[in-house]
Design a protein around this ligand. Structure first.
Ligand SMILES: C[S@@+](CC[C@H](N)C(=O)[O-])C[C@H]1O[C@@H](n2cnc3c(N)ncnc32)[C@H](O)[C@@H]1O
Length: 367
């Protein structure tokens, strides 16, 4: 039997990225995450024994296992200006931690994922400098902004992906397998319908089941799966009237004047996605950590017809629908409160996107 390639996930969250790597044949050997609920979700799915619940800064280098690949997305501090390029800037601490691990493990390749504006951040400049004359010397870098929808995920979520390689050549980013206007060899984008059609339009409950689990010696809500996280909300009458006025693809600009909150009335342009309704036959927009609040993005359920007012589904997507749009498998296990689980879902790298990156790496590190 050939040995599976191994992966270390730093800033692992609930393990969206690891999930894609596992689908592509990798074996996770270490994950670090300091949020208890996210670390517990990761542990429930991939094993507690290799999961470190703690600050990445506290991980002892002598306890770092060998690995073929290191992955992770240290949070960026800001993008509006490039800020300090000083590697000693305290804001760069998390990046130094990431570099410290790569420098110690010397994997064949590493992956940094971040928001789409990453390449205009001070942190990005720091990475380039580290590869030129710092701890990443010897690694060849390639990067691009990839759209999850181009890799079979029913979501238009752009992510910056940077790959470092020391296998003797740059590893190119994976080529899209899906497109809005497909041609030979490329399939059409997946749609919201393909991921959430058929789920109960009216969730049975607004609460997670009463159940607790123990990870890292701590007890927390869990372990939940599938319809357990198909939880509804109890919107006010005014909210329901607002939701009802928004057609698929529409948003706050569809609200009649009498339903407009002052904050939007006084802001005639910008934030176009808020109070948005999804379309059945297109990918969703980015699923963020507060997808359960329609005032934060395009999160209303797509079922709405101009004539059939009785059949409209006037609610935001549920946790299960958000998890499906992030491409989590149906048997994925979740730990934490509703808010904690929403954060894990919204923070994750869509599994299908991570899988495409992992498959590309697997091929190049095996050569
Ligand atoms: C964007 S999320 C990662 C999502 C993950 N890649 C996935 O696909 O599910 C970043 C994570 O880094 C964690 N984090 C931030 N600072 C950390 C630190 N100093 N040590 C460990 N984890 C940290 C956060 O709690 C958060 O879960």
């Amino acid at each position: 039997m050939t040995k599976r390639p191994t992966v270390i996930d730093l800033f692992a969250g609930c393990g969206g990225m690891t999930s894609g790597f596992v689908r592509a044949g990798f074996e996770p050997v270490l994950a670090v995450e300091w949020d208890l609920a996210a670390a517990a979700t990761y542990a429930a799915n991939f094993g507690e024994s290799h999961t470190v619940w703690g600050d990445i800064a506290s991980v002892n280098p002598d306890r770092l296992p060998d690995a073929d690949v290191v992955i992770g997305g240290p949070p960026c501090q800001g993008f509006s200006n490039l800020g300090s390029k000083d590697v000693n800037d305290p804001r760069n601490t998390l990046w130094r931690q990431y570099l410290r691990v790569v420098d110690h493990v010397r994997p064949k390749a590493f992956v940094v994922e971040n928001v789409d504006r990453f390449s205009s951040s001070a942190e990005f400049q720091m990475l380039l400098a580290a590869a030129d004359h710092g701890p990443l010397k010897g690694y060849e870098l390639s990067w691009a902004v990839l759209l999850a929808a181009d890799f079979g995920v029913a979501q238009r979520r752009p992510r910056s992906i940077l790959i470092g390689s020391r296998v003797g050549h740059r590893i190119p980013l994976p080529a899209p397998t899906h497109a809005r206007a497909p041609d030979a060899g490329v399939q059409p984008w997946e749609t919201v319908r393909s991921r959430i059609a058929g789920l109960p339009e009216t969730p049975d409950t607004t609460q997670l089941p009463h159940s607790t689990a123990t990870f890292f010696g701590r007890t927390l809500p869990g372990v939940f799966k599938g319809l357990d996280i198909h939880v509804g909300r109890q919107p006010r009458e005014l909210s329901l009237r607002r939701y009802d006025s928004v057609p698929p693809g529409g948003g706050r600009f569809d609200l009649p004047d009498e339903l407009l909150p002052n904050c939007w009335r006084n802001k005639p342009t910008g934030t176009t996605d808020v109070m948005g309704r999804m379309r059945w036959d297109a990918p969703s927009l980015t699923i963020r950590t507060e997808f359960f609040k329609p005032e934060k993005g395009q999160y209303l359920h797509p079922q709405w017809e101009a004539e059939a007012t009785a059949g409209r589904v006037n609610r935001p997507i549920t946790h299960l629908e958000a998890a499906r749009l992030q491409d989590f498998p149906e048997d994925f296990l979740w730990c934490g409160t509703k808010i904690q689980i929403a954060k894990q879902i919204g923070n994750a790298v869509p599994v299908g996107l991570a899988q495409a990156i992992a498959a590309q790496l697997a091929q190049h590190i095996a050569d």
